[in-house]
Design a protein around this ligand. Structure first.
Ligand code: HEC
Length: 345
């Protein structure tokens, strides 16, 4: 197929189908891309919440280590801070020379109080727990028990989205490992350095992270829509221009074809005129002689023979014209003419 044929076959309907196909692929690409972004943004929001919860956990571990390194710290007895009945050590409750009552705060007790403050201040839900609790209220819930058991298997973190009080939270738990300072109080239960003593579960509200995700996604979706629309308009404009160009070209070619045909007709007419002119002249001249009143027998037969010869020549000529099979030309003073001799089979 040459270029012209391709253009001819490229009828306008077909190119619109191509364009439509292209747009379907483009829309699919945009859709999938948006879906992919939505997924990564969702995963990003979850990860951000996890980082927040992990941060809270690390803070617990830090001040707890500080507390444990001191073997517990003394604080004044208040309504809220009453002596811990589960802390059974000598000198748990002491008095300053001026009579101020002090009680020893073990890390877990401190954590419980810090958790209460964190809930009030930041909406964080924290819980210190163990599979083997000294204080019955420190018992783990089902989610925590599963996490604690997986820590025994070597997992170092468990997290998931959970509904708590009708609100969605990122809940995260990590183990509390027995350090040297912990043994002052926990050695008697048989714990050794490096053992998992329990864990702290922290739950942070997911809503703020989802708000960020939603906003980002909104802007991205707008951008994608604009991109999609731009490609769509671009394609339509391109197709319209292309279509117009093709139509123009087809029209020009059509005109060229007509012109070429006309040329051929003229060349043929010239050739025929040229070939027939001479015999016609001869026939006419001889006829005039034949028509003379005083013509003798001998001249009559000679002239008639000449006329017959020319008519036969014309007959041969028409035969050749019928048998024309190719297009061969030659140049004559009157212009390009068909070479009947060469063109005929
Ligand atoms: C001063 C003593 C003391 C030290 C030091 C101490 N704990 Fe405890 N711990 C306790 C007591 C008493 C309880 C139980 C009552 C409570 O909740 O306060 C407890 C409770 C816990 C709990 C909650 C589960 C339960 O058994 O009720 C965990 C977990 C825990 N401790 C881990 C540790 C780790 C880890 C360290 C070292 C960083 C440590 N403790 C240091 C005295 C101590």
């Amino acid at each position: 197929m040459n270029k012209n044929e391709i253009i001819k076959n490229f009828n306008s309907k077909l190119i619109w189908y191509y364009a439509l196909g292209g747009m379907v692929v483009w829309s699919l690409f945009i859709g999938l891309s948006l879906l992919w972004h939505q997924r990564t943004m969702h995963a990003g929001a979850l990860e951000a919440a996890r980082i927040e919860a992990r941060e809270a956990f690390h803070n617990h571990v830090t001040y707890r280590s500080w507390n444990a390194d001191h073997g517990g710290v003394y604080a004044p007895v208040t309504k809220k801070t009453q002596p811990n009945p589960y802390l059974k050590i000598p000198e748990r409750d002491i008095q300053t020379p001026s009579g101020l009552k002090l009680t020893k705060i073990n890390p877990a007790f401190m954590t419980r109080q810090v958790n209460e403050m964190a809930l009030e201040k930041f909406g964080y839900i924290g819980h210190i727990t163990s599979l083997n609790p000294i204080r019955p209220e420190n018992k783990s819930d089902v989610w925590e028990a599963i996490a604690l058991k997986s820590f025994e298997q070597g997992t170092d973190e468990v997290s998931s989205l959970e509904m708590i009080n009708n609100e969605e939270y990122m809940r995260l738990m990590r183990p509390l490992i027995t350090e040297k300072g912990c043994l002052k109080c926990h050695a008697k239960q048989g714990y050794q350095e490096g053992d998992i003593r329990g864990g702290i579960s922290v739950a942070v509200p997911i809503a703020p992270h989802f708000v960020i995700k939603k906003n980002n996604l909104k802007y991205l979706a707008i951008m994608y829509c604009l991109l999609w629309l731009a490609a769509l308009t671009g394609t339509i404009i391109f197709m319209l221009i292309l279509n117009q160009q093709i139509q123009k070209r087809l029209k020009a070619e059509d005109e060229l074809g007509r012109h070429e045909k006309m040329e051929g007709v003229i060349e043929m007419a010239r050739a025929v005129c040229h070939e027939l002119n001479q015999p016609l002249q001869t026939i006419l001249g001889n006829l005039e002689i034949v028509m003379l009143d005083d013509i003798d027998e001998k001249t009559l037969s000679k002239r008639t023979k000449l006329i017959k010869e020319q008519v036969e020549r014309m007959g041969k000529m028409t035969q050749k014209l019928i048998n024309i099979a190719s297009y061969e030309t030659k140049d004559m003073p009157q212009g390009k003419v068909i070479d009947i001799e060469k063109s005929s089979r």
